[in-house]
Design a protein around this ligand. Structure first.
Ligand code: KG4
Length: 368
């Protein structure tokens, strides 16, 4: 069964055709990052307008590259930015009607948890690798620009949130730090490259930034156990304090040289590596606790921040210690894409009834 997946929840206009939930037959992503960069973050009105301008071209291209007409259309209906979501939903409704095929509504976060199971067309080895049904029961972590959430998945399509961030998502924590350090937007990938280069040079002397532990009592609000939740507000404050105490970090360019393709001073690179380490250790620590409380066959990792090399490495160690198989998305499927939407829709293929009344649901929850 070939399904077209459409994704417009934030700043990527994306569409893909996926066969039987895993084999990616076409995959087109138009990223709006350059449009939002001057504003230091995603501007919903600009996102919406850019989706309107690009959606026909992106969807058309994905369908042209697929070998035959699709059997269903799937679309992200939340969570995300309302004016962005409606563009994808309206396009999907029109297309499903015109083609006379079912429409399937997909939760963006659940789709990220499907991304590790996608493979390229014709990749026989990947096709033979375990799929979602073999991986479950599993624990999952979606770590992106808008979310950091741990999820229990007893069976494909069944989700229970077991931990989450109480304030910023890990991606936001990266992006805000990059802004503070004058590294531009978005900052995650840049910080990853700078930190890797600093460590490769033998950098060892990390600044002990706080590791994302929520303040006592705060988790009662979310109703989730403290040891499975993170809070990045203390980390951000620690960085601001550090910069205030060391103003030359952002005021002087003296001594800048290349770290991973970016010109920064060794001291800025050290701060970046230390900050990244604090986030990586926060995620590792909560994941260890989650696997202790709920030992599962697999751990499934998705979302834009899951591209981070240090986070991938520390979570691989945590899973090895726990005897849990780790499934991570291929780099090209870590960010927002249509393939994860089309892929997950195969699980929901018998639930298309009534989807024509689908509405954008900006704060849709996992399992909601
Ligand atoms: O999943 P995504 O494309 O969008 C959302 O749905 O949120 O994630 C974007 C986020 C941004 O915050 C970006 O800075 C971060 O992912 N990011 C990274 C890396 N690559 C992207 N963060 C850390 N390390 C990376 N290599």
């Amino acid at each position: 069964m070939d399904i077209l997946g459409i994704e417009t929840s934030c700043d990527e206009t994306a569409a893909a055709v996926v066969r039987d939930g895993r084999e990616v037959l076409s995959d087109v992503v138009f990223t709006q990052i350059p449009l939002h960069r001057p504003y230091g973050g995603v501007v919903p009105e600009i996102a919406s307008r850019a989706h309107v301008e690009k959606i026909s071209q992106v969807v058309g291209e994905a369908m042209r590259r697929a070998p035959r007409p699709v059997d269903a259309v799937a679309v992200t209906y939340g969570p995300g930015l309302a004016p962005a979501l409606v563009v994808g939903i309206n396009a999907a409704k029109g297309l499903a009607k015109a083609l006379g095929v079912p429409l399937i509504g997909i939760n963006h976060l659940e789709a990220h948890l499907h991304s590790p199971f996608l493979h390229d067309a014709g990749d026989a080895a990947a096709a033979a690798s375990p799929g979602p049904a073999d991986a479950c029961p599993a624990l999952g972590l979606v770590v992106s620009g808008g979310n950091t959430v741990w999820v229990d998945m007893p069976r494909p399509g069944e989700y229970e949130v077991v931990g989450e961030t109480l304030d910023d998502a890990a991606g936001e924590a990266f992006d805000k730090a990059a802004k503070t350090l004058g590294l531009g937007y978005p900052g995650g990938l840049k910080m990853d490259r700078i930190a890797s280069a600093w460590i490769a040079e033998g950098g060892r002397d990390l600044i002990p930034f706080p590791k994302g532990r929520p303040r006592d009592g705060v988790t009662a609000l979310a109703g989730l156990p403290a040891e499975l939740c993170v809070s990045f507000s203390g980390l951000k404050t620690a960085l601001l304090r550090h910069v205030k105490a060391n103003p030359s970090l952002v005021e002087s360019r003296e001594g800048e040289r290349d770290f991973g393709g970016f010109a920064v001073t060794p001291e800025v690179a050290r701060v970046v590596a230390s900050y990244q380490e604090a986030i990586a250790q926060a995620l590792a620590d909560r994941t260890r606790a989650a696997l202790r409380r709920r030992p599962r066959r697999s751990f499934v990792l998705g979302g834009g921040v899951s591209l981070n090399s240090r986070i991938r490495a520390v979570l691989a160690d945590v899973c090895a210690e726990a005897g849990t198989t780790l499934f991570m998305a291929k780099p090209k499927y870590t960010g927002d894409n249509g393939a994860m939407v089309a892929g997950l829709a195969f699980t929901w293929r018998n639930r298309a009834d009534g989807a024509m009344s689908l509405d954008a649901t900006p704060s849709l929850e996992i399992g909601g």
